[in-house]
Design a protein around this ligand. Structure first.
Ligand code: SF4
Ligand code: SF4
Length: 395
């Protein structure tokens, strides 16, 4: 592809662009020089199968390591951050009784959708200020083949913590990231440590010091070493990406987390600086945080569609959410949930039935044998039968 001489933004134009992007609603706007980055660490993580069955990461590994594979003759990466800290309103320690825990980001309309108009406007601003066309840049929000956290670190937006997340000195752990890869030459911002300009992979935990709170707090020991999370053990992966059975050995560690997990983010001391964001590109759904576990266990398809319309949770499907709700119920110690769970033991989905059996066994102990006798006699699915056979009454 032949590309004309790249547009170069002088410092004044760069700051004009930054101001325009901030006015659109991005709380952080940083610039990095395009260069191969992050590929070696990603390859290692993939080779160790820590990505579980997230095959799309494997498929896009080459592109993730080199933005020129995303956009030929890319010169700069614009990293955009949107602060989604909502303070105490969804604080997991202040939830109403009986309500399970949601990852903070999930109690919003799907940010991939709500940030889209902002990204389109950002692209138009780049076109106008750099004199480019729509063919000269690509925008991504989380789902693209771009290592957003790595670029954010290179662009000085923050650093990768030992929990593997991008940590901002201003916003803590609570930023949605987006990137705009462009052929415009833009003077880069300084990373927090200047050696990152050289293209070396950023060492995780650059500003963590001796802190290991996230590693210590992870209930499933998913953080194997600083910056390296084994998705197979991670509650976020298990409750969101895994479409099948949640391994029995991880269920107790899931606790009351029905969708995602923020534990290794919540404990991070860098959050002490977080302030509530402007949320110009977000739509909060704090009502979700007040939905009781019993209501979730009794959700109909219609109720599910209505409640989770426009949220990221809708991608999980009702069966996935019921599966998670069964695990949380099994961990709750609340025997009043048993009737709802016994109904789910007869659900049309074997996935739901399997987890409901486990939960009834956990809550009802020895009584579960009688409660489940009829459904067990009629069960033909192998996975569900395994749950009947393996479940251990709590006693
Ligand atoms: S998200 Fe939860 S399970 Fe995953 S690494 Fe963090 S604390 Fe562990
Ligand atoms: S909790 Fe501590 S070790 Fe973990 S990312 Fe935050 S500062 Fe780093």
């Amino acid at each position: 592809m032949s590309v004309s001489a790249p547009a170069t933004l002088d410092r004044e134009q760069r700051e004009l662009l930054r101001a325009r992007l901030r006015a659109i609603g991005f709380d952080e706007v940083h610039f990095a020089q395009a260069a191969p980055a992050g590929g070696a660490a990603l390859r290692q993580w993939l080779d160790a199968h820590h990505h579980a069955d997230m095959a799309w990461i494997e498929r896009s590994a080459e592109k993730r390591g080199d933005v020129e594979r995303v956009l030929a003759e890319a010169r700069s990466v614009i990293v955009l951050g949107v602060n989604y800290w909502s303070g105490a309103a969804v604080d997991s320690r202040r939830r109403k009784g009986g309500a399970p825990a949601w990852a903070r980001y999930a109690v919003h309309e799907d940010y991939h959708d709500t940030m889209k108009p902002g990204l389109i406007a950002a692209g138009k601003a780049v076109e106008e200020i750099a004199g480019l066309t729509g063919a000269d840049y690509r925008c991504y929000t989380d789902t693209g083949p771009v290592l957003e956290r790595g670029w954010a670190a290179r662009a000085g937006l923050g650093f990768r913590g030992k929990n593997g997340m991008l940590i901002s000195k201003i916003h803590g752990n609570w930023l949605f990231l987006a990137t705009l890869v462009t052929r415009a030459v833009i003077e880069p911002d300084d990373p927090l440590r200047k050696h990152l300009h050289t293209g070396a992979d950023e060492p995780a935990g650059l500003l963590c010091g001796k802190c290991t709170r996230c590693i210590d707090a992870c209930p499933t020991s998913a953080i194997l070493e600083p910056g390296k999370v084994d998705a197979r053990r991670c509650i976020s992966y298990q409750t969101i990406e895994n479409k099948g059975v949640i391994p029995r050995k991880l269920r107790a560690g899931i606790g009351d987390r029905v969708y995602g997990c923020d534990i290794c983010l919540e404990v991070c001391p860098w959050n002490r600086f977080a302030q509530e964001g402007r949320k110009l590109l977000l739509v909060a759904r704090h009502d979700l945080a007040g939905v009781s576990l019993r209501d979730l266990l009794e959700l109909t398809t219609e109720g599910y569609v209505t409640l989770f319309r426009r949220t990221a949770v809708k991608r999980l499907k009702l069966t996935g959410l019921l599966r998670n709700a069964c695990v949380v119920a099994g961990n709750s110690g609340d025997r009043s949930l048993v009737p709802s769970l016994v109904r789910l033991v007869a659900h049309a989905s074997p996935l739901v039935r399997a987890h409901a059996v486990w939960a009834v066994q956990r809550l009802a102990g020895a009584e579960a044998v009688d409660l489940l006798a009829t459904t067990r006699a009629g069960e033909t699915n192998e996975q569900v039968l395994t749950e009947y056979a393996e479940a251990e009454p709590r006693g």
